[in-house]
Design a protein around this ligand. Structure first.
Ligand code: NAD
Length: 469
């Protein structure tokens, strides 16, 4: 009998941790595990660098634009590495790199100069905005680069320095991004730190950090808010979502089916503001289920580096287990899979794109955030019931309404209890808009000038009018 070849896992050096390729389960590379004493030194250096970085707004604009150019130039290295550790199709990684550069340029160009406030005898007062100090930016694994940029671009443009901590599932592309940026920025203005928990918790609790800007799940968001209470650092939280989409009676199913499908399944459903529940008039339900199920069956699932792939794997084994568990739970409670419904064979964390019908309304696949390629399609007979069900949740990130009569759709959208409501599309954001979840989906505002001011402290100077020039 021929000897069986045993494939050895690569050895991981002490002080480093392995990062898996979700398409194969194999190790892509390793990242350094920051030791406790090293974090103090990083934050001290970030504070020292802040004294210079905060002084010259014009120099910051120039440096951040140069940083954006450097990110674009490094796209041919960044995008494949992102795909290898995150799983998304290469075209989506390229788009993520482009969005990372775009965020740097957008915030570099935003002005936050002084403004007169009151000019009434005997006082004149002026509002000036001041940076806060070292900012901790903590990011999840679904969009490691663009979510990092959504934090460090406004923080740096405001004159703060940043300590950036990626998820331990996706540290490699962020480390590369950090080294690309360091060529364009002064030393220690942006530092990437990597490690497994409790690194994030230690960073949040560090007394040298003046603002924690966090994106991730609601339970971790609560832990971050509790820890920051001790230092009274400012906290911005962008948390989970369970967005509902409501189709109206007059919806043009053929016209919207592609857009609706990808609003739920892009990035393998691992998008905070993906469509995660779909409410459909009972009369149109079979037609909608079939249109979506057909697309689910036709979607090419595979490794992100394969040019034919439209849907990659889930990012990590616990997430695959969570999605599989929630789907099994729904099927056991009477749901039916019109497409998919199971893990795909072979190595890697692949799950078949899944359309579920006959799902009990209180099944966790409806009430919780699945964060995977599974969409429950729920029929309704009264529109008021659909709106009530959409709002009957602790989540409040986004929502959408789809129909031919746009005024009617807008009336319904206006009744959604969330931060952003779309009509006939979902999850599209411009850099200039505020992004803020209601209820448990977030605290504070990201995006647009609001995102910049979230990184600034108002400072008001009053002076008696007679001494004004
Ligand atoms: P997560 O909460 O598990 O982890 C997010 C980050 O926090 C990671 O870097 C992690 O290492 C770190 N972390 C873990 N414990 C910590 C602690 N005690 N203190 C500080 N940091 C800690 O989330 P995830 O699984 O990486 O990401 C998925 C979640 O992120 C989903 O719920 C999704 O909806 C949400 N998300 C929200 C937005 C948004 O803008 N609202 C965007 C993307 C993702």
């Amino acid at each position: 009998m021929p000897a069986r070849r045993v494939r050895r896992a690569p050895t991981v050096r002490a002080g480093r941790f392995p990062v898996a390729d979700p398409a194969t389960g194999e190790v892509v590379g390793t990242a350094p595990e920051l030791r406790p004493g090293e974090l103090d030194a990083v934050v001290d250096r970030a504070r020292a660098a802040w004294y210079g970085w905060r002084t010259d707004a014009a120099a910051r604009t120039t440096a951040l634009c140069a940083a954006a150019d450097a990110v674009e130039a490094a796209g041919t290295d960044l995008a494949p590495l992102l795909t290898r550790e995150q799983g998304k199709p290469l075209a989506e990684s390229r788009a993520e790199v482009a969005r990372t550069a775009a965020r740097l340029r957008y915030f570099a160009a935003l002005d936050h100069g002084p403004r007169p406030l009151v000019d009434e005898r005997p006082v004149r007062s002026e509002l000036r905005w001041r940076p806060l100090g070292p900012v901790a930016a903590i990011v999840p694994w679904n969009f490691p680069l663009q979510l990092a940029a959504a934090k460090f671009a406004p923080a740096l443009a405001a004159g703060n320095t940043v300590v950036l901590k990626p998820s331990p599932y996706t540290p490699l592309s962020t480390l590369l991004l950090g080294s690309v940026l360091s060529a364009a920025l002064p030393a220690d203005v942006l530092t990437v730190v990597t490690g497994r928990e409790p690194l994030g918790a230690r960073l949040v609790a560090h007394p040298g950090i003046r603002h924690v800007t966090f994106t991730g799940s609601i339970p971790t968001g609560r832990a971050v808010a509790r820890a920051a209470a001790d230092t009274l650092a400012r906290v911005t939280l962008e948390l989970g979502g369970n967005d509902a989409a409501i189709l109206l009676e007059d919806v043009d199913v053929d016209g919207i089916a592609d857009r609706l499908f990808w609003a739920a399944f892009r990035n393998c459903g691992q998008v905070c503001m993906a469509v995660k529940r779909l409410y459909v008039p009972a009369r149109r339900h079979p037609e909608v289920v079939e249109a979506l199920a057909q697309r689910a069956r036709d979607t090419v699932v595979g490794p992100g580096l394969d040019p034919a792939t439209r849907l990659g794997p889930l990012n990590n084994a616990p997430q695959l287990a969570r999605v599989a568990h929630r789907t099994r739970q729904a099927l056991a409670a009477g749901a039916r899979a019109a497409a998919g419904g199971r893990r795909l064979p072979g190595p890697g964390y692949f799950f078949a794109p899944t359309i579920l019908t006959d799902v009990p309304a209180h099944s966790p696949i409806v009430t919780e955030e699945q964060f995977g390629p599974v969409l429950p399609v729920l029929p309704y007979t009264r529109l008021d019931d659909a709106v009530e069900a959409a709002n009957d949740t602790g989540f409040g990130l986004g929502g959408s309404v789809w129909g031919t009569d746009l005024d009617r759709a807008e009336e319904v959208a206006d009744r959604l209890d969330c931060g952003t409501a779309w009509i006939n599309h979902h999850a599209e954001l411009s850099l200039a808009q505020p992004f803020a979840g209601t209820k448990e989906s977030g605290v504070g505002v990201a995006g647009g000038p609001w995102g910049l001011y979230g990184n600034l402290q108002p400072f008001v100077v009053h002076r008696p009018e007679e001494t004004c020039p």
